[in-house]
Design a protein around this ligand. Structure first.
Ligand code: HDE
Length: 696
């Protein structure tokens, strides 16, 4: 570098001068050996801070191919986001088989006891764009790619066991109705608008799903605390060619846990990445999320006796009718190295199967078999998307497919066809171990048809609603009132309440009252509604675990907080399996009563209690007086109460609660009653809710 040039560059920014260049000098702050920065063609770059210019004050030159390569690549960094499930979070993990299904299938992933199959799971919301918040009311997609020894198996499921529609041909309409309205471009990630409820009110088959999405299932506390379902019936095929129907379920080791609607809204403001951060931090801390993987197995003869059609994806098979058989565990233990390369570029297709598993005739599933491959071509832009590392099977594979956009491998030899005799190592079909479809005979008249066994749209919606606890029923009714209150068209609101009358007259009345109706609308014509025995397996509360495992307690402290109380509670919370985060007016260090400087994790104004499972307020009296002047502190305690959390308080904490106008109850525990607080913190204070919130 000439002396003149080096002076001019230095005057423009000292950091660029002396950065690792040809001579390999190290940046003054960075230690270690850095590889030379190169272009995508392998050319070393001497200056990554300044573009090539005609002179010191002159124009930039088109000749600057290094600038152009860099900007050009940047301009194309985004690929089309998924039309649904755009917002997703993924992780690597494994599936371990604990119970062999050898009698039912030849799929090795389901027969080899103890075998660990690597996998990548992506959990998503459905409606919002890729930059939307994590916590809107929405179904969660739960897609798993198993890299089995026999090829990739994609199980592309949701956290709800049923779906909105029975036939794939309705899917584009459903999604257009949910997504932001096309003329105005809002709302983002929300069903609370006219087009969604207009479509739903005209689609009685959606009523069962409506019950699920209006429940707190769509407001999960953590992605580690949701269930997963393959939804459709699939088939397992054994070595004799016999097939058994199967439904896949996976249930979280931490139990189910949801948030409240007000809490979810506040979390979205406080931390739009709440679920992604939670999963990242859990995996980083070694608290690997785990699910028990189960199957429901049944024969055609059993299916013929069901009071519903198992090929109808708006129906579930009650666990009481066909019990779940646990067969393995699914663990997420490694965060991806690169979000785009892995989580964004992963391409799931329900048509990715292994020998021993096959599809059923569910008309929704049949449509999906086309859609996903097609969408990958538009999203990833190439028939070679399977060559991306995250999509590549882990087992060796070869075929005669060649060329195409962005071919990344270099196939050898002159044979690109089959059968052939010219090369001894060219790939050939193998009848004995290759994929074979179940031998099913099909007959009947062709047509755009729907079986009469698909016609009962309300019985399972009723089963779901009547299976819920009082608290959960109130949340469903209130969610319907909230959503329908956002609908401008009265006839749509009325039509929805008409449907509810088939599900439960009392539910319809609660929603009608919430919407200010003077009388109940006339219900639509329907098949007779059947009564099922209620099932606690359909509740969230019934599937919660009284546990602090994997949860987080927030502790509000200030200068002079009692060190002994802070220590004792922190220890007890950690021993119960939860983490603890310290909140104070400023981040940095806060001096406790014994002059110990405690590290603060969150600034009060940006760390509301909504993000915690339970809270502790440990304050000296004078600090409590001061904090009562800050609405963030008052909201911290008011929201903790409103979100039905347990609170541990010392004298100062109690003072803050009083100044916030909070009514005490059994969920507010003295700080020295540690076992009492831990017991309360393991659940929500459900009984409190009716004392502080109007519910429908
Ligand atoms: Fe999807 N769905 N879907 N879906 N779906 C997609 O594929 C589609 C359905 C589900 O994390 C798309 O790669 C049709 C049911 C998940 O990458 C697309 C129908 C269930 C994900 C598509 C359905 C799902 C998708 C968009 C009706 C639960 C995210 C991007 C026949 C069992 C996967 C993509 C990921 C994604 C089509 C219905 C779950 C367009 C046509 C039912 C979890 O192909």
């Amino acid at each position: 570098m000439s002396k003149r040039k080096s002076t001019e560059r230095a005057s423009l920014g000292a950091i660029s001068d002396g950065y690792a260049g040809d001579g390999g000098e190290l940046h003054q702050y960075a230690q270690g050996t850095h590889p030379a920065l190169k272009t995508n063609q392998g050319l070393s770059v001497s200056d990554n801070q300044n573009s090539l210019r005609a002179n010191l004050h002159g124009p930039s030159l088109l000749e600057d191919f290094i600038l152009r390569e860099k900007i050009n690549h940047f301009d194309h960094e985004r690929i089309p986001e998924r039309i649904v499930h755009a917002r997703g979070t993924g992780a690597h993990g494994y599936f371990e088989l604990t119970h062999s299904l050898k009698a039912h299938t030849t799929a090795k992933i389901l027969t080899e006891l103890g075998e660990r199959t690597p996998l990548f799971a992506r959990i998503s919301t459905v409606a919002g764009g890729s930059g939307s918040a994590d916590t809107p009311r929405d179904v969660r997609g739960f897609a798993i790619k198993f890299y089995t020894r026999q090829g990739n198996w994609d199980l592309v499921g949701n956290n709800i066991p049923v779906f909105f529609i029975q036939d794939a041909i309705k899917f584009p309409d459903l999604v257009h109705a949910i997504k932001m309205e096309p003329d105005r471009g809002f709302p983002q990630a929300a069903t609370a608008h006219d087009t969604f409820w207009d479509f739903i009110s005209l689609t009685p088959e959606s009523m069962h799903m409506v019950m699920w999405i209006m429940s707190d299932r769509t407001l999960p506390r953590s992605l580690r605390m949701i269930e997963g379902f393959g939804i459709h019936s699939f088939r397992l095929i054994n070595a004799e060619g016999q097939s058994t129907f199967v439904k896949f379920h996976w249930r979280p080791a931490l139990g189910l846990q949801s948030t409240l609607w007000d809490e979810a809204c506040k979390i979205a403001g406080a931390d739009p990445d709440f679920h992604r951060r939670d999963l990242f931090e859990a995996i980083r801390a070694g608290g690997f999320p785990e699910w028990e993987f189960s199957v429901q197995l049944f024969t055609q003869e059993q299916a013929d006796q069901f009071p519903f059609d198992h090929l109808d994806a708006t129906k579930l098979i009650p666990e009481e009718l066909v019990p779940l058989l646990p067969i393995g565990r699914l663990v997420l233990d490694r965060w991806p190295d690169n979000f785009f390369a892995e989580t964004e570029q992963i391409a799931f297709c329900p048509s990715h199967l292994v020998p021993g598993i096959d599809f059923s005739n569910d008309p929704l599933l049949q449509g999906r078999l086309f859609s996903y491959l097609d969408t990958q071509l538009s999203r990833l832009g190439s028939v070679n998307f399977h060559q991306l590392p995250v999509n590549m099977p882990h087992c060796p594979f070869a075929n005669q497919q060649r060329d195409g956009h962005m071919q990344m491998s270099v196939p050898r030899g002159r044979v690109a066809y089959e059968p052939s005799t010219l090369e001894s190592d060219s790939a050939r079909e193998v009848f004995s171990t290759g994929f074979q479809s179940a031998e099913i005979s099909e007959c009947g008249d062709k047509g755009r048809l729907r079986a009469s066994s698909f016609a009962d749209h309300y019985s399972q919606a009723r089963l779901f609603y009547l299976s819920q606890t009082d608290y959960e029923q109130a949340h469903i009714a209130s969610a319907l009132v909230f959503e329908l209150s956002k609908v401008e068209h009265l006839h749509v609101r009325q039509a929805m309440v008409g449907h509810l009358r088939h599900i439960d007259e009392e539910l319809a009345r609660r929603v009608a009252d919430g919407l200010g109706f003077m009388e109940l609308p006339v219900p639509p014509l329907a098949e007779p509604v059947r009564d099922y025995a209620p099932s606690s397996a359909l509740q969230i509360i019934g599937k919660m675990k009284r546990s602090l495992e994997g949860r987080c307690v927030g502790m509000l402290v200030a200068s002079g907080s009692d060190a002994a109380a802070v220590d004792a509670l922190s220890l007890a919370v950690r021993e119960a399996g939860a983490s603890i985060r310290i909140v104070a007016v400023t981040v940095g260090l806060v001096p406790l009563s014994n002059d110990f400087l405690l590290k603060v994790d969150g600034q009060l104004a940006g760390t509301p209690s909504a993000i915690f499972d339970a809270v502790a307020i440990v304050l000296a009296e004078d600090a409590a007086e001061r904090l009562a002047q800050d609405v963030a502190a008052l909201d911290f305690v008011r929201d903790a109460m409103a979100h039905l959390k347990a609170l541990a308080v010392d004298g100062g904490g109690l003072r803050l609660l009083r100044m916030a106008g909070v009514e005490l109850d059994a969920g507010v525990v003295a700080i020295d009653n540690i076992p009492g607080f831990i017991a309360m913190a393991k659940t929500r204070q459900w009984a409190r809710e009716k004392t502080l919130r109007f519910l429908a």
